[in-house]
Design a protein around this ligand. Sequence first.
Ligand code: C2E
Ligand code: CA
Ligand code: CA
Length: 709
Amino acid sequence: MRELDILQKHKEYPIEACECDTNLKRELKNKEKLINAIFQVANIGVCVTDEKGFFQMVNEVYCKLYGYNREELIGKHFTIVIPEENHDNAIRAHEAFISGEVEVSNEWSVITKDGRLLSVYVTSTLLEQEDGEKCRVTTITDVTEFKEAYNKLNLVSYALSTANDGVIFTSTDPSDILYVNEAMMRITGFSKEELVKEQKGFLKSGPEDSKFYEDMWHQVENHGFWQGEIRGVKKSKEEYVAELALNKIMNSDGQVTNYIANLNEITEKKRVEKKIHYLATYSSITNLPNRQFYESAVSQVIKAHKDPQGKVAMIMVDLDRFKNINDSYGFSMGNKLLRAVAYRIKNILKGVSTVAYLGEDHFGILLDQITGMNNVCTITQKIKSAIGRPFVFDKNYIYITCSMGVSFYRRESKGSEDLISHAEKAILKAKNQGGNCMQVYTLEMDRKLTRRAQIENDLKTAIYNNELFLVYQPQVELLNEKLVGVEALLRWKHPTLGMISPDEFIPIAEETGAILSIGQWVIKTAAIQAKQWELDGLPVSKVAVNLSSVQLKHDNICMLIKDILQQVGLSPESIEIELTETTMMEDIGRSIDIFNTLKEMGLKIAVDDFGTGYSSLSYLRKIPINKLKIDRSFIMDLETDFEESIITKTIIHMGKNLGFKVIAEGVETKEQMQYLRENGCDEAQGYYYSKPLTQNELKDFIINHYISS
Ligand code: C2E
Ligand code: CA
Ligand code: CA
């Protein structure tokens, strides 16, 4: 069927019926042309199919859409443009349409000549012709691209609505919120409407300061984006932390069209991080920052100062005899005390400085804005009195004192370690002075400590390198000036430091434990020497050997002496053990046991430095002592100090009453000697008679004084 035929079927008047009316014919012809032209030029695909679905007319656009030319379509069934799998559906729909059951205004998937699938939007109209035949006029629009775009948009929208991150779109005005997704509502707790209406200033104000927001938007305006952490407040008034990515969207002309904010809530992550950080940098005992935190705080403070010299300082606080608290009350009480001390110190400094717990019983206070020593002294005074107040736990009153070390940052200091290690050195000095005081680090301290470190180290090899030797100081009977014995005194000739006094190295040897091997060496050397004198026939009937408290604490001191005496073949009466009064009283029970054993072995015991400790008379009676040795400090002032002379006299009388021999040490003058003799002191030792002598010198001394006369 030709197109014209169809049009003829639509004509108002049948052509044959108006043979006479040529005007009408012309008019019809014109209309026909017009409709045809419209049909062809229409910017939309149009086709006409008969009841059975065969194409009767197709326009230009329709052909182009499917890639056929008109001849290829006219007379063909419309399923030519329907993918095979949809043929049945399409035919059913067509039949239903023709029978007037359904309106067709629908989307269809169609197929082009070259096999491309397209989405088209179809609108059909049913025309019934005079002969009763029906035809279907269909217009189609290609919606493939639109559909693709639509699908994409759907996908994006789905992605946004199911995303974990909160997303906000705004218009060109950042407070004009156009879109918020579900996550945004979940994070903030606000509904879409609340966010749009009430939270207009959402990314312009919040818990951060106004400068923060200014900088953020400045960056967005100038660089197109901002990324970072931001805090916000939820509807529940809770604060949250989020990672925010803020982007400015521009069109191809470079004009801003929107802003997009992407918000990833990290409150929980931050909380966990904070907790981990807290655990890593805080002490759970004291609730104060720990050493690691303190060290980095010191470094930061030093870096922050242009010239930290004199402005940055630290105070280290160390509790005196804290170990005793742990020992007597237990660790939990010790921890309570540390916490209370931490609280008191922190209270004094009330947020001005960093207060940290550096471990054990040490606290560090970092001062970063000091203007001088006065500043520091005010603080140390306050700390001293705060810690000096009694601590009360479970009705226990605990009294403690503290030692403090102060160090100032110097230009030549090497970072935080120096500041801390200098404070530690200062505290060591404070401790050495008996504690309960404050010391400021000086370079001199460093020199002393370096020397100490060298002594500590070199002591280990001093015996092996033959650097130790003994000297012997004569002990004389006051009445007849007879030589009753000698005291063996230790000497150390250091290869580079020269002669080092036992007063300097023995305390170090005691601390490090080196005194055990050194002490053993002393006993053995003295025993061998005594044996030698015996063999040489020299009248040295007894060698006094000093024992340190550390040796006394060691289990086998009695066995050790016994072994040495046996090895050397020396009779025990030839050795006298000197122990200071303080050492003896430190653990009186143990001292009594050891002294009893030594006495049973046949050794004599002298209490050294008598008068400087606190012996009780009742104990003195119980201990098998042979001799009291009056401390040099009393003898020194005998002539000038009346009180000292009375004490000396009292000691002599008391000692003698208890049945001990009494010896005075440090006798330097004839007057001292005479006083002692007049007051009944038995023996004396000191420069008045002789300085400590080497074995050769002693031999000469004896020959000169005792044998030649
Ligand atoms: P110490 O046992 O009280 O020894 C007496 C100290 O006084 C010795 O000092 C001696 O040289 C000194 N001295 C003696 N007479 C006089 C005097 O008239 N005037 C003055 N100003 N001083 C006098 P040294 O030898 O320097 O010994 C110091 C301390 O070192 C000793 O005091 C003792 O505590 C300790 N020491 C020495 N040798 C040993 C040892 O072999 N073992 C142990 N554990 N300690 C020792
Ligand atoms: Ca002594
Ligand atoms: Ca002494």
